[in-house]
Design a protein around this ligand. Sequence first.
Ligand code: GLY
Length: 272
Amino acid sequence: VARGEACARAADEGRLLLGAGASALDAVQRAVEVLEDEPLLNAGTGGALTEDGTLELDAAIMEGAQLRAGAVCALPPFRHPITIARAVLEEGRHVLYAGEGAAGFARAAGFAPARPDEMITQAARAHLANVVARRVPPRDRGTVGAVARDGQGRLAAATSTGGITGQRPGRVGDSPILGAGTYADDAWGAISCTGHGEGFMRMTLAARVLAELQAGRAPDTAAMQALLALEQRLHMRGGIIVAAPDGTFGWARTAPHMPCAWAIDDRAVGLP
Ligand code: GLY
């Protein structure tokens, strides 16, 4: 329930920004910042820990008008990785920074590193201990994402994650990889994915959703077709949210849990 409420809060903040004339890019950034602050979700504060007990964060943001994008991966603790990804997009020199290079970019852009104990939660430590002891599988719920279309018809997508509990340091998932976990093109759609990143990268899932949209499928059908391909080929599950150029949107999940929320004009509705 709390995760669903966080999604509804994020949708509401995005809605307010869009209502005030902000861009889809601003809306997805703000929505993901809200989700990164929710310790129950696997992004920003409360994100999954590596086998060394460290927090390494991945995030990407993309806009569909000029296909500008920014991303960071294996970023050490900073409160809002998505905001740093947005700064990467705005600077425009490169698309993706990793590890210490990403941290150096962030510091130079004026972002202050967080103390690890400000962002690493007891629950994340306990989950890591259970995974290391093989008492539970490293099943992390809660990579976060947002997609939006603004009043000018511009699309944007943003995704943020702590990765997989117990992952080897330096492991990077699909979220910051364009065409795997995140993509936006005003002509076809904005896409954000959650699930086991290895599968999403191996099958370029976001690009597959795009191809389904190009074939004329509705957003929810496009998302489900891509997820069914993932399940058939690699026996993996996940969830995808999609916004389309005509103002329709959709989502699909083959994973058992994926709270999501949507807002159109002045309505914001959370879903379990
Ligand atoms: N989908 C997030 C990850 O695998 O890192």
